[in-house]
Design a protein around this ligand. Structure first.
Ligand code: CTP
Length: 443
């Protein structure tokens, strides 16, 4: 397995187009290499390609259904090759046959690989494989020139060696690491196009083991609203995306999930038990109830909770007049209260807080201690791609033992899984200690 530091396609979606050549079997290994670089891979195949290599191996390795039909629809009725075209960070066609080069050069979209390329603004890498005479034929030369010079596609030329025909010559598919390097170079430092899993083609296999099965995880999400009068409130910019991503990830890992939702702009997972709690006071009640009465194994406090609320709430809508002065009083600190109550609770729930800061994360270690949390997920919401309403986040995970994990800019789903990795390990360590009386070292 490639180490984390050298995963050059982390968070990317790479579409792999496979055409009908003997070299199609090599594309199965190409999926594995792209995934080892951190990419999510979705495979499109021409009809002829499926005669050389079955779809099952591609599906098992990629975790996505294989697109074989240009008329194919996803389970939610979206058009398969269009979803790929709109979300892929790069399309790599390997092996590309002489027929495919001709179809692509002329925009004949009668297979899903050509159709996706035509419909996409993503960069395209083409790695041909064919008989030597086919490769040198003027028709193929012209098609390749058009793809490179007019369409701007990156060519990974075939190499010289033994061919399927038994002859030796030019036409062998380039070495797979060379193709992976070309994909990495093509993607470069462009931002991830569509990091949100909901936009991308759906996965067919759970990407994570059920390491939270039997656990009850409470997740708060969204922003609180502190009423001024019956129509106005003090709120904030939280949309609930991060909390929902955590709840969905926890469900995928087998947990029972209670969501305590403030004001959210995204739909909540149907499999979670949802408690709506708009004000800080209601959220406090709901969180304490879910954590202590319903014996939670962990609380992940992703909600943006107000620090102040109007001391008085007017019964009637305030009418326009001169100036208006609102007197604010501090709200309850829910996380700190859970932290205090949890001390002395057996088994003690794992507590995760968030810290949305602007400019510097220097205050995070002090906040972790003050709130009595096991982990604090800190981010700078003023940074591009991080914060309210985005699909991505760059966070640091601080632990009560003083350690710190700095994560790169990731989709909120991937951030959620990193947080849950810590929670799952902390719960396993907690239980091991309870059973044996001996601490278990983190693996
Ligand atoms: N939090 C909470 N109750 C509050 C305020 C915040 O439970 N009344 C939780 C948030 O859900 C978050 C963590 O505490 O998980 C940190 O929130 P943040 O607003 O960054 O911290 P504050 O306590 O507001 O500290 P400061 O205003 O100094 O930044």
């Amino acid at each position: 397995m490639t180490s984390g530091a050298s995963r050059r396609l982390e968070g990317r979606l790479i579409a792999l187009g496979v055409c009908g050549s003997v070299a199609a079997y090599k594309s199965i290994e190409l999926v594995r290499l792209l995934r080892a670089e951190g990419a999510e891979v979705v495979v499109l195949m021409t009809k002829a390609a499926t005669a050389f290599a079955g779809t099952l191996a591609f599906q098992a390795l990629s975790g996505h259904a294989v697109e074989t039909d240009v008329l194919g629809l996803l389970p939610d009725n979206r058009i398969g090759h269009i979803v790929v075209a709109d979300t892929a960070d790069a399309i790599v066609v390997a092996p590309a046959t002489a027929r495919w080069l001709g179809a692509m050069a002329n925009g004949i979209a009668d297979d899903p690989v050509t159709a996706a390329c035509l419909a996409s603004s993503a960069p395209v890498v083409v790695a041909p494989a064919m008989d030597g005479d086919m490769w040198t034929h003027p028709a193929t030369r012209a098609n390749v020139a058009r793809l490179q010079d007019v369409f701007g596609y990156r060519l990974v030329p075939p190499e010289t060696g033994s061919l399927a025909s038994g002859q030796t010559g030019i036409g062998r598919l380039a070495e797979l690491p060379t193709i992976v390097d070309a994909v990495v170079a093509t993607v470069g430092t462009r931002p991830v196009r569509r990091p949100d899993a909901a936009d991308r083609p759906p996965r067919v296999a759970a990407p994570h083991e059920a390491d939270l099965a039997g656990r009850h995880i409470v997740v708060s999400a969204g922003g609180t609203a502190e009423p001024i009068d019956p129509v106005r409130f003090i709120g904030n910019r939280s949309t609930g995306k991060m909390g929902v991503a955590i709840a969905e990830a926890a469900l995928a890992r087998g947990a029972r999930v209670t969501m305590v939702a403030g004001r959210v702009e995204v739909s909540l997972p149907a499999e979670a038990a949802v408690v709506h709690a708009e004000s800080t006071a209601l959220m406090r009640e709901a969180v304490l109830d879910a954590v202590f009465t319903d014996s939670a194994d962990a609380l992940i406090m992703a909600a943006a909770v107000a620090d102040f609320r109007p001391r008085q709430t007017a019964d009637h809508k305030l009418v326009r007049g001169g100036s208006l002065t609102l007197e604010l009083e501090p709200t309850e600190d829910i996380l700190a209260e859970v932290g205090r109550q949890a001390t002395g609770t057996t088994p003690r729930p794992v507590i995760v807080g968030f810290a949305a800061e602007t400019g510097s994360l220097d205050r995070a270690p002090e906040k972790l201690r003050r709130k009595g949390a096991d982990f604090l997920v800190a981010n700078d919401v003023s940074e591009a791609g991080s914060g309210f309403g985005t699909d991505t986040n760059r966070v640091q995970i601080l632990a009560a033992d003083g350690s710190r994990e700095d994560l790169p800019l990731l989709s909120k789903r991937d951030v959620a899984h990193h947080i849950l990795n810590r929670v799952a390990r902390a719960l396993d360590a907690r239980d091991a200690l309870a059973h044996t009386g001996r601490p278990r070292t983190e693996s």
